[in-house]
Write a protein that binds this ligand. Structure first.
Ligand code: HEC
Ligand code: HEC
Length: 458
């Protein structure tokens, strides 16, 4: 071959190499672009599958009703002993909850949250006080960890059955009828004296006499001039008032005060594609994808409002059970398959609302997330030290309890889900993207004073 032929061959080879390099570069760029596009389009697909929609806050519009509700929410006059208000356990500065594993009710002492000290002759409330964010959304059908207050198509199904007065606005309003009737939370026990040293007259009625308990409380409120004015302003067309009017106003306040849709997640759902960063998007892809979270935490509220046993360690005094168990949903349905089942919690603002689970068994978000990934190991290696000292002894770690807990585990958590540490971090980063900046500081909700004149602070 002569020089010219060699030159031609070299030229052809170089041309091919250059072409090849260009192709590779183009392909790489395309791949990157595609990857960026696919995270969002894949999330779009996964979130559609999980029925994710923007939340419908359904904000109340009657300012007089909201203001009445606000003052009632903070007024200890609603408790038999005049020593505890709704806000004690659902405080604005504690993300609408109380930052405790288990709540502490009437007859107890001292400060807010972890500073509260259980009264000598009292028991812990068996369950964790849930956050109450976004409860006005029409998508809410159930209240409480066991769903014992529920809004069916046309009726409210509650523990009061036919005693529940007519005219309640929602399941949330129906819920507000009950803390005041609970002896441990707000009503007190027969023989209690209130903070002024007078006999607690709200505790005197029989437990089944809900109607009279509500009437006694309403009378108590109506003796206060400030409330007469406030009730009339909130309900200008009414002449007589029952506790249902108080409950509707409290619900209006709860919704007005604790509803937010400005979390990065909510902005992303609304179409703001840059609202989540890469790590959060990776976490969301796991949450709605291979980690399987969205088989239960789905829809506009991130809960299917169904009930599952996910094997949370049993602790606390238990609920209506001699052995100190809390069987959860089973107490409502009587079905063995509902033993230890609790309602899937919604997750907005979850980074602010620890401790987690129906009894606060997990102090950290990481603990709560990791529990789902390998329930059996989590149960076996459960760390008691994360509990407040007073609760550690109450935690049941014996063989029998472990067997009972593992028996009817929800299918979705029965077999371990393998995530790397990086992936767990991504899921947690996603959960942090559910925090509304507006929920961070809610001190402005606390009134300076309430109509009863009782102290507002705890
Ligand atoms: C002693 C603490 C305490 C007090 C006081 C209290 N709560 Fe609660 N609240 C709880 C606990 C604990 C639960 C969960 C109980 C359960 O699920 O069985 C709860 C549940 C709720 C729920 C249900 C949320 C959901 O989605 O399941 C709402 C709403 C609520 N409380 C509002 C109120 C209102 C309104 C008042 C005042 C009338 C009030 N609470 C007084 C501790 C308290
Ligand atoms: C089988 C349904 C189901 C699946 C799947 C599921 N969860 Fe849960 N989740 C629940 C239930 C039920 C609870 C409450 C259990 C209890 O208190 O006993 C809960 C509690 C939580 C809590 C605590 C919230 C609070 O307010 O206390 C977090 C956080 C959480 N889940 C995140 C996740 C993540 C992340 C995944 C995926 C890795 C996931 N969940 C998968 C049903 C589920």
């Amino acid at each position: 071959m002569n020089q010219k032929t060699w030159n031609t061959i070299l030229l052809v080879i170089t041309a091919y190499l250059v072409l090849f390099a260009l192709l590779i570069a183009g392909w790489q760029r395309n791949k990157q672009q595609l990857a960026a596009e696919t995270v969002d389009s894949r999330l779009d697909y996964l979130m559609a599958e999980a029925n994710v929609e923007p939340i419908d806050l359904n904000l109340p519009t009657n300012p007089e009703k909201i203001e009445l509700g606000r003052l009632l929410f903070f007024d200890k006059e609603l408790s038999g002993n005049r020593d505890i208000s709704c806000a004690t356990c659902h405080h604005p500065t504690l993300a609408s909850a109380d930052a405790r594993a288990l709540s502490v009710g009437t007859g107890s002492r001292g400060g807010l949250g972890k500073l509260r000290i259980l009264g000598d002759d009292r028991l812990d409330i068996p369950r964790n006080a849930p956050e109450i964010f976004n409860r006005g959304s029409v998508a809410w059908r159930t209240m409480f960890w066991d769903g014992r207050v529920a809004a069916e198509t046309y009726v409210l199904d509650t523990p009061a059955d036919e005693l529940l007065p007519a005219g309640l606005d929602s399941a949330l309003a129906a819920q507000a009828m009950f803390p005041v009737t609970s002896r441990d939370e707000m009503r007190g026990i027969e023989g209690d004296v209130d903070i002024h040293g007078s006999l607690n007259n709200i505790a005197l009625r029989d437990d089944s006499d809900l109607t009279q308990t509500w009437a006694d409380l309403t009378d108590r409120l109506m003796k206060i001039e400030g409330y007469q004015t406030l009730f009339r302003a909130a309900y200008p067309s009414e002449t007589t008032f029952g506790f249902e009017h108080a409950a509707n106003a409290i619900a209006a306040f709860e919704v007005a005060a604790f509803s937010f849709e400005d979390s990065p997640y909510d902005r992303y759902v609304a179409g703001e594609i840059d609202a989540l960063d890469e790590q959060q998007k990776a976490g969301a892809t796991l949450f709605f994808g291979k980690a399987g979270c969205a088989s239960c935490h789905n829809g506009p509220l991130l809960t299917d409002q169904e009930f599952y046993n996910i094997g949370i360690p049993q602790l606390g005094p238990g609920k209506v059970n001699e052995d100190g168990y809390d069987f959860g949903r089973m107490l409502e349905t009587g079905r063995q398959s509902d033993r230890f089942a609790f309602r899937t919690p919604p997750l907005r603002n979850v980074a602010l609302t620890g401790p987690y689970m129906h009894n606060g068994a997990y102090a950290t978000l990481e603990g709560a997330v990791r529990h789902h990934l390998d329930v059996h190991t989590a149960l076996e290696s459960y760390d008691l030290m994360q509990l407040e000292e007073t609760l550690r002894d109450s935690c049941k770690m014996d063989e029998r309890t472990m067997r009972m807990l593992s028996k009817n585990l929800a299918e979705a958590v029965e077999t371990p889900i393998e995530l790397t540490d990086t992936e767990v971090e991504q899921v947690i980063a996603f959960l942090h993207a559910l925090t509304s900046p507006s929920a961070a500081d809610l001190t402005h909700l606390v009134p300076d004073s309430v109509p009863s004149g009782l102290p507002v602070e705890d």
